[in-house]
Design a protein around this ligand. Structure first.
Ligand code: BES
Ligand code: ZN
Ligand code: ZN
Length: 513
């Protein structure tokens, strides 16, 4: 499996092992809360006579096995490491032989992430967590250890470096299956980290042309078909939404197309991906308040996730066709910016009255959706965007809103919950559509009220989705970017959501059509 060479080291080196290496400094174990105190969540490969004393030592310093609890103790003699770190997994039934395997996997992923965040300064650790769920443990470790330091002028002190290597202890490390499970988990976590890196790169350094160049480079490294339209081509071909949003900036817009031809079979499904790539959203002439505006560096989170996902689809050699269409623009106020009241013509000919220049995402997405539906004849279309503040009002900062054609919407939302990204189906109430009627144009880009803002934005996009296309729209305004403290395997800043949802949906389509 090829990993883009231009990307930095995005996470710790993860390897399979059947014994604790001599150089390992620390053993990370999972504990559950038992009736008489903490219990090892399996004693995988540990000497039986070490288990009792280990549990007793942990109990003696107050460990309970409560979910996400961390307890670090000196290692008992004979274990061959300096220290043991125990992470709580909660009730035994929640993680071992659990009735809900997806929930169990997410617990392990989160616990591994919490542990990885506390392993700074450790060069080499080993863990038994992989014996519970190898893929979930690997993803949690990799993503929990993710750190973005590109714009720090000094390297972190040794004690603050993320863990460099973790050996996952499993029986029979030479077996084929664990190798494949680990490789897939590393690929998925790496793609998530690639999306995080793009989101975390500040708008000074990631503007449309630069974003397009990085997306093209990532695509070329894995053999994707790559096409980049610059502002002249966009103007010539009638991408009025992308031009309108981008024209207030001295840094012109782009449209990137990345295609993975995974199958030549006639009737193989084609999935179109579209992601909002606003490299910075000031609101334009309808300018945003100053407080929190810096967070609008994340307004290309949908685009970052889509780029990372199509690259991953190629790496995983998914036997379907995936084509990503990614509009990129910077929304700035200036003498050349579009005005409230302007009318633009979207790709395909529909006109839109731009009442609020801060509702810009839907304008660039409409062009991209219209293009991919016209050119690619997709069976499925997933678009994702940091589209509305209303997403956070409705669902909070960690729950993506999923809208679209009902069956596919519910399939995407269910898969999103399975992978721990927690998407939730939302309706498209018919009565709201009329509120987007315009006096002068075919459509207005906003309504004259605040109600159902997330749903209204999706209703606007629906106007551009081709007939018969199974469509899901994922609003990740909150989930793409964590402005609070770290939790689980998610640190501050870009989260990589919804990469893991989209790749799981693509795998599901590859398997079931
Ligand atoms: N990029 C914002 C949405 C957003 C808000 C993302 C908060 C992440 C966090 C989007 O372009 C926007 O400004 N939407 C407006 C739409 C409104 C003018 C109808 C909004 O949500 O206020
Ligand atoms: Zn906006
Ligand atoms: Zn925006």
């Amino acid at each position: 499996m090829s990993v883009p060479s231009s990307s930095r080291q995005l996470g710790p080196q993860l390897a399979l092992a059947s014994t604790i290496a001599a150089r390992a400094e620390l053993l990370l174990i999972g504990i559950v809360s038992g009736p008489d105190g903490p219990e090892l969540a399996g004693d995988f490969g540990l000497d039986a006579e070490l288990v009792g004393p280990l549990e007793a030592s942990l109990a003696a310093v107050g460990a309970t096995g409560r979910f996400e609890e961390l307890t670090r103790i000196p290692a008992p003699g004979g274990l061959g490491v300096d220290a043991v770190l125990a992470v709580g997994l909660g009730d035994r039934g929640g993680v071992i032989d659990a009735s809900d395997p997806a929930a169990a996997a997410e617990k392990i992923r989160r616990a591994a992430g919490v542990a990885a965040r506390s392993l700074t300064g450790i060069a080499h650790a080993a863990t038994t967590l992989g014996a519970l769920d190898l893929g979930a443990a690997a993803e949690g470790l990799f993503l929990g250890a993710y750190l973005f330091t590109e714009f720090k002028s000094a390297a972190p002190a040794a004690g603050r470096l993320p863990v460099a290597r973790v050996d996952l202890l499993v029986a029979g490390p030479r077996a084929k299956e664990p190798k494949q499970v680990l490789a897939r988990a590393i690929a998925i976590a790496t793609a998530t980290a690639v999306a995080r890196d793009l989101v975390n790169t500040p708008p000074s350094h990631l503007f449309p042309a630069e974003f397009a160049a990085r997306a093209a480079a990532l695509g070329e490294e894995v053999g994707l078909g790559v096409e980049v339209l610059d502002e002249k081509a966009l103007e010539r071909k009638g991408f009025g939404g992308i031009i309108g949003v981008g024209k207030g900036s001295s840094r012109p817009p782009r449209l990137v197309r990345l295609s993975h031809k995974g199958s030549r079979r006639k009737g193989a499904p084609t999935v179109a991906l579209v992601g909002k790539g606003v490299t910075f959203d000031t609101g334009g002439i309808s300018i945003k308040p100053a407080a929190g505006m810096e967070n609008m560096t994340s307004d290309m989170g949908g685009a970052a996730a889509v780029v990372a996902t199509v690259v991953l689809a190629a790496q995983l050699k998914l036997p379907i066709n995936v084509i990503a269409t990614v509009p990129m623009a910077e929304n700035m106020p200036s003498a050349t910016a579009q005005r409230p009241g302007d009318v633009l013509t979207q790709y395909g000919g529909r006109t839109v009255e731009v009442i609020n220049t801060d509702a810009e995402g839907r304008l660039i997405l409409a062009d991209a959706i219209a293009l991919t539906c016209e050119k690619d004849d997709p069976d499925y279309l997933i678009d994702t965007a940091t589209l509305t503040g209303a997403q956070m009002v409705a669902l909070g900062s960690r729950t993506p809103g999923v809208m679209g054609t009902e069956e596919f919407r519910d399939r995407v939302a269910a898969i999103s919950r399975e992978v721990g990204e927690n998407g939730w189906s939302m309706p498209l109430p018919a009565e709201l559509r009329g509120d987007l009627d315009s006096k002068v144009a075919d459509l207005a880009n906003v309504t004259n009220h605040r109600w159902g803002g997330m749903l209204v934005a999706a209703l606007f996009l629906r106007e551009f989705v081709g007939e018969g296309v199974q469509w899901a729209h994922i609003d990740v305004a909150g989930p793409a970017y964590n402005t609070g403290g770290p939790f689980g395997y998610i640190g501050k800043g870009g989260t990589g959501v919804p990469v893991r949802t989209m790749i799981a949906v693509l795998e599901d389509i590859a398997e079931r059509g």
